[in-house]
Design a protein. Structure first.
Length: 658
């Protein structure tokens, strides 16, 4: 695909794939070196390749088919994107006096990510044991060779040319962070504020339509081979059925015209801290501080309300009674871009008569110039999902205050404190009119007590002001640490803390993140609770002269309401009837019901080998062994870990091996 001129990629039009990037920095000092300023601008324009080969297997042998593993379908995903980033920043530091220092960071970012996804799937059978269309109907060895059986009873034999989801995500973010630091004798006061606003819009038009959909081309027979069972380099030969390279054979053309979702995120934060060293015989200081963080998140996703049937030239037709035929096609919109056979270094798709996809950008132009060719077929359920169910308007405020003290008593260094936090949430939600009143106004309702017409839905959900739902809880978080100098070179430390980990606001509310290459949708969970943990740690350290130590550490963490990512099928998530999400998995975060207990023991040794002669005095050695275990499986938990490094420094030379 890469060449100096234009090529048909990543969409269906000619584009340059080799694109420029640049960065410019300027910094200087002013006002007799009391004011420092730094300006920066960077621009990045890249093409990101996203390609995949996905195999569908059946792993359940039967009495008539004892093969342990049978491949039933092969899918290719291709989702290249243009990613453009621009960043402007200004940093200022000003020494206002000998006691007061002021600083400010300002940043403006823009982002554009234009994604053009599509997929191609060859299906030989269903991944089940059905005698007519299941695993037993796949001929060949089922791993390196698969053949369809050519029988009419096997209705699963098909080829699909799906459009994925095509859109340009545009983000603009502005951030400003002023800070100060003031010193007066024993007193140090510091603080700051943060304001950030991010505006995210998703759109497809005018460069592309969001999705295109046709019925699968069925009754297809083929033979597919690859050189080995772990290879992804396939060769397909059509042996029967309609020509899969002729787009007119793919019937019932439908599409969604525009990606219509977005999100606005605002963050306000202010902090203040004061540290005072008390005039006591024993070194003692106290520290007080507070912080308030507020996040606002508004989002919408109107995609469900954009369902269109193509009835233009060569498309479906509408009968006088309103019935829509399913015999049309997108044959007048053939994409000039063939599927890329290469997936990195592999020729992953070798097909003599490559199936063709519709031209998404030509469809976008046709929709804008001839909207009458695209009949709106959205249902009242689609309308409800788009304009009411998808709306999120959420605010979270977390004020906090803490106090702590630190002192030394003989051999003991003691530090303790308490932090208070309040979590307050406000969610604006629709206040629907009761179903009985909806019926009284003449609008029919369904079994779910929801209106079944668009005017009825507008009356039921849109005729009343939205109500605010409040949530609030307080938490206190104590902490204590003790450090004892048993001997001048032997120290013991003990610590305890109670802490909270709130789910990010994006996990509670926001727009979906759609991965069209791996067919995964990540969605928020409004019922997610925070994690609470009790943390214990003990450490014993022995220090060598001149520079070295031997340490022994044990710790335990007990966590409740652990956040876990779970996968759901489209049916389980309530989108099984939406063709745009056919074959997708949904990922959302939930709270686990069990207490998670993690324990760790670690031995560590570090030594600066200054006793070595001459240039080798800068040699240092680090060794450690850790043993970790938990009462539940967790990603990233390593039961046994041994690590080490050997470093050497001499003048301007620094070498390290780990």
């Amino acid at each position: 695909d890469f060449k100096w001129g234009r090529t048909t990629r990543p969409g269906d039009r000619q584009n340059h794939l080799i694109r420029p990037s640049t960065k410019v920095d300027y910094s200087d000092v002013f006002l007799n070196r009391r004011l420092g300023a730094s300006l920066s601008y960077s621009m990045s324009k890249v093409l990101v390749e996203q390609q995949s080969v996905t195999h569908t297997f059946n792993r359940t042998p039967t009495a008539t088919d004892t093969r342990p593993l049978v491949l039933t379908a092969v899918a290719w995903g291709d989702g290249p994107k243009f990613i453009d980033r621009d960043t402007y920043s200004l940093n200022l530091d000003f020494k206002a006096s000998s006691r007061l220092v002021l600083s400010m960071t300002t940043m403006y970012n823009t982002f554009s990510g234009a994604t053009f996804s599509r997929s191609l799937t060859f299906t030989a059978a269903n991944a089940n044991a059905n005698v007519n269309n299941g695993r037993a109907t796949v001929l060949g060895d089922g791993l390196t060779e698969i053949r369809t059986n050519g029988l009419a009873a096997n209705t699963a034999r098909a080829v699909s040319v799906n459009g994925g989801q095509n859109f340009d995500k545009k983000t603009m973010t502005f951030t400003v962070v002023p800070k100060f630091e003031y010193t007066l004798n024993r007193l140090l006061v510091d603080g700051g504020a943060t304001f950030s606003k991010s505006h995210n819009d998703y759109m497809s038009l005018p460069d592309s339509v969001r999705t295109h959909t046709t019925d699968n081309l069925t009754g297809i027979d083929f033979r597919a081979t690859r050189p080995g069972y772990n290879s992804a380099e396939w060769t397909f030969v059509q042996t029967g059925g309609p020509d899969w390279a002729d787009l007119s054979n793919y019937r019932n053309p439908r599409m969604q015209s525009n990606e219509d979702r977005g999100e606005i995120v605002k963050v306000y934060e202010a902090t203040a801290n004061a540290r005072y060293v008390l005039p006591f015989e024993f070194p003692t200081f106290v520290k007080l501080g507070g912080k308030i963080n507020e996040q606002y998140r508004k989002s919408y996703n109107r995609n469900a309300g954009d369902q269109r049937n193509y009835i233009g030239p060569g498309g479906n037709t509408v009968a006088p009674n309103g019935t829509i035929s399913t015999t049309g096609s997108f044959a007048n919109f053939v994409s000039p871009r063939l599927d890329a056979g290469r997936r990195g270094p592999e020729i992953a798709l070798n097909v003599a008569n490559m199936p063709r996809h519709p031209n998404r950008q030509a469809l976008a132009t046709a929709f804008l110039e001839h909207p009458e060719w695209f009949l709106d077929v959205a249902t009242p359920t689609n309308y409800y999902d788009a304009f009411y169910a998808s709306i999120r308007d959420f605010k979270q405020a977390v004020p906090a205050f803490y106090g702590m003290a630190n002192t030394r008593l003989g051999r003991w260094q003691i530090q303790g404190g308490m932090r208070w936090e309040r979590s307050a949430t406000i969610s604006k939600q629709y206040d629907p009119v009761p179903a009985a009143e909806v019926v009284a106004r003449g609008f029919p309702v369904g079994a779910n007590r929801r209106a079944t017409t668009i005017p009825g839905l507008d009356f039921q959900y849109g005729s009343r002001p939205r109500v605010k739902r409040y949530g609030e809880y307080d938490n206190f978080f104590p902490s204590l640490s003790l450090k004892c100098a048993i001997r001048p070179n032997l120290q013991a430390q003990f610590g305890y803390s109670h802490s909270i980990s709130r789910p990010p606001v994006s996990a509670l509310a926001g727009v979906w993140v759609i991965d069209d290459v791996n067919l995964v949708v990540t969605a928020p969970n409004t019922n997610l609770k925070p994690e609470l943990s009790d943390n214990y740690v003990a450490r014993l350290a022995y220090y060598f002269e001149p520079v070295g130590s031997l340490t022994f550490l044990v710790q335990q963490n007990e966590i409740t309401d652990v956040r876990e990512a779970r996968r759901f099928s489209a049916d389980e998530f309530g989108y099984g009837d939406d063709p745009a999400y056919e074959g997708y998995e949904f990922v959302s975060t939930i709270n686990g019901s069990r207490l998670f207990r993690y324990r760790n023991m670690e031995l560590g040794y570090t030594q600066q080998l200054t006793f070595l002669p001459g240039p080798f005095r800068g040699t240092n050695l680090n060794l450690s062994y850790s043993r970790s275990y938990a009462n539940q499986r967790r990603p990233g938990l390593i039961p046994h870990k041994v690590s080490g490094s050997l470093g050497w420094n001499y003048r301007r030379v620094n070498l390290r091996v780990s």
